[in-house]
Design a protein around this ligand. Structure first.
Ligand code: GLY
Length: 307
């Protein structure tokens, strides 16, 4: 059965992703199309165009894509001025003998691949960013160095899980039972420039293996990077655990992680039979699903994992 799941903010892309599958497209095609729709949504301040910027007001995007059939993967990090990092990540996967490109190299490659540049900072996101800075960084600074020092203290605001966390996750299963996974984000607002979260890190924020399943994460990437959460969930399923057992184990590991900036993490998961679920160590939240027999996507609650 054709199936696509996403984090709740991906719901707007699920029908288009399903249409791709119905037309015979692959799971990789479907997750790319889903992510692109969210990347173009200026209302989503955590992904793509309209995403909130880093500490110095630049929108920096991360994304990755993985083909669970071949275990091929592509990722980009800290990319500026390109609206669709998921598509650049796919090109990395398909055109280069590499998995990940960051910063200027990723932007150079995007230009070579014909992607167009665009200013990603919307007036609304700029206003939120400026208001945040005005609230925190007050006073008169002698020079830029002094100002940057003050700004560095402000980067800790990004660790507040209630503020501007997001990221979009998609997992699709196509007509051949192939699974793919896509993740895209603008990362944490007011992050230190160059900061990468888990979204471009294969195994941390994103992992797919069609033999066992796939998982993708949102939330504080600094935690899932250390625990390789997406890969752990898939590995636990490979070792014989059910989807529910595997996800609960990986989420409990996050609960137990010692971290002064401990924050919310959520995941979506699909197994090789197309069973799906979503889990969180934060408060109530939801994920979205569409199958080939549904006209509209449906939102379902995530399982909350607590101590
Ligand atoms: N999970 C997204 C991030 O940490 O940037």
């Amino acid at each position: 059965m054709l199936k696509v799941i996403s984090s709740a903010n991906g719901k707007i892309g699920l029908k288009a992703a399903m249409d791709v599958l119905k037309r015979g497209g692959t799971a990789v095609d479907a997750v790319e199309v889903g992510c692109r729709i969210v990347e173009s949504n200026p209302e989503d301040r955590t992904v793509g165009y309209g995403g909130l910027p880093n500490l110095i007001g630049e929108v920096e995007l991360d994304a990755s894509i993985m083909d669970g059939n071949t275990l091929a993967a592509g990722a980009v990090g800290a990319v500026k001025r390109f609206e669709h990092p998921i598509s650049i990540a796919r090109k990395v996967m398909e055109e280069l003998p590499h998995v990940m490109l960051v910063g200027e190299g990723a932007e150079r490659f995007a230009r070579e691949m014909g992607f167009e540049e665009k200013d990603l900072l919307t007036p609304e996101s700029r206003a939120i960013w400026e208001r945040g800075l005005r609230e925190k960084v007050t006073g008169v600074y002698e020079d830029r160095m002094a100002y940057m020092e003050a700004l560095r203290k402000y980067v800790h605001m990004a660790a507040d899980p209630e503020k501007h966390l997001g990221t979009v996750n998609f997992i699709a299963m196509d007509r051949y039972g192939r699974i793919a996974c896509g993740v895209s984000t603008s990362g944490w607002a007011w992050k230190y420039p160059g900061r990468l979260g888990d979204s471009p890190v294969i195994g941390a924020g994103n992992y797919a293996d069609s033999r066992y399943g796939a998982a993708a994460c949102t939330g504080r990437g600094e935690m899932t990077i250390r625990l390789c959460t997406a890969r752990s969930i898939v590995l636990y399923m490979a070792s014989g655990m059910s989807l529910d057992q595997a996800a609960r184990k990986a989420m409990t590991e996050l609960l137990d992680l010692q971290d002064p900036y401990w924050g919310r993490v959520s995941c979506i998961v699909m197994d090789a039979r197309g069973n799906h679920g979503a889990y969180t160590i934060g408060g109530p939240s939801s994920y979205a699903v569409i199958t080939e027999d549904m006209d509209e996507p449906e939102e379902l609650p995530r399982v909350e994992i607590t101590r």
